[in-house]
Design a binder for this molecule. Structure first.
Ligand code: CTP
Ligand SMILES: C[C@](O)(CO)[C@H](O)COP(=O)(O)O
Length: 260
């Protein structure tokens, strides 16, 4: 059997600077408690446990001292040989927060995984699948799952139906071609830097339509490869997601259920 190629020297950019409007907790989402600890701590521990990172750049809400202190304390917990923990102020959008992380990368970083703090329970196996695909030669890799719902496109209703329904169906997507995309999304460093440089030329409307980093690489015309994600990587966005995440930690399957 052939040996897997060695992993690249890798940084994880952990974007944790969002305000968590949809969660509605009145505090940055990264600070919201999950299983007795802030969401950010679950995300950080997951990254460190995966062993893929030489550096972890955390983008925090600008001026948030509490989360900064939490990271400083966590730095003290890291064993010798653990990753370098770098803290940066995030920006007004997710992409700006990613760029703040890119600006703080150490010399010699060959690959970058961009990860949402909101996907705090992502299993180690997903980090490994993404890192291994990069080591095997991919320039860009994303974890994803098949879509379970039927997905339709819609438009605002005009004419018939306008009195009783706000939208009308314009088509049904071919579900077998659809994937629900997660993080960590992995890139060779040069590819991620080039993609975000190109993004700065987009106008406001185009920028708003960019919801992940892989989309910027797609715009460069480069292939983005897909590996298996995990249902455990759910993005904690709404109060119901937080209930699911609590259930994963406390449910009958144990302290940290691992789907793999
Ligand atoms: N300016 C921003 C916006 C988002 N994020 C991060 O990007 C990830 C995905 O964003 P999302 O889940 O939408 O978080 P929020 O922006 O906090 O959520 P909301 O839109 O409900 O306010 C999160 O880890 C979030 O912290 C960030 O670092 N900087
Ligand atoms: C990057 C992401 O998590 C992939 O699914 C997602 O696009 C983030 O979206 P959000 O609107 O910033 O929450």
């Amino acid at each position: 059997m052939s040996e897997s190629p060695p992993r690249l020297v890798t940084a994880v950019i952990l974007v944790a600077a969002g305000s968590g409007q949809r969660l509605g907790y009145g505090m940055p989402k990264a600070a919201v408690p999950l299983g007795g600890e802030p969401i950010l701590m679950h995300a950080l521990r997951g990254i460190v446990a995966s062993g893929v990172a030489t550096q972890v750049c955390v983008a925090l809400p600008a001026g948030d001292q509490g989360l900064r202190q939490l990271c400083d304390d966590f730095r003290g917990e890291l064993a010798d040989g653990g990753p370098l923990l770098t803290l940066v102020d995030g920006g007004s959008t997710r992409a700006h927060s990613v760029r703040a992380g890119i600006a703080a990368l150490m010399e010699g970083i060959e690959a970058v995984l961009v990860h949402d703090a909101a996907r705090a329970l992502t299993p180690e196996s997903v980090f490994h699948r993404v890192s291994d695909a990069l080591a095997a030669g991919a320039d860009a890799v994303i974890p994803a799952l098949p879509v379970v719902d039927t997905v339709k496109t819609v438009a605002a209703t005009t004419g018939e139906g306008a009195g009783f329904a706000p939208e009308v169906v314009t088509g049904t997507a071919r579900r077998e071609e659809l994937r629900a995309v997660q993080t960590p999304q992995g890139f060779r460093t040069g590819t991620l830097v080039q993609a975000h440089q190109a993004a700065q030329a987009l106008d406001q409307e185009q920028s708003a339509a960019v919801t992940d980093d892989a989309m910027l690489v797609e715009m460069l015309g480069a292939p983005v490869h897909v590996v298996r994600g995990s249902t455990q990587s759910l993005k904690i966005t709404t109060p119901l997601d937080l209930i699911f995440a609590e259930g994963l930690l406390e449910g009958p399957l144990g302290a940290r259920w691992v789907e793999g």
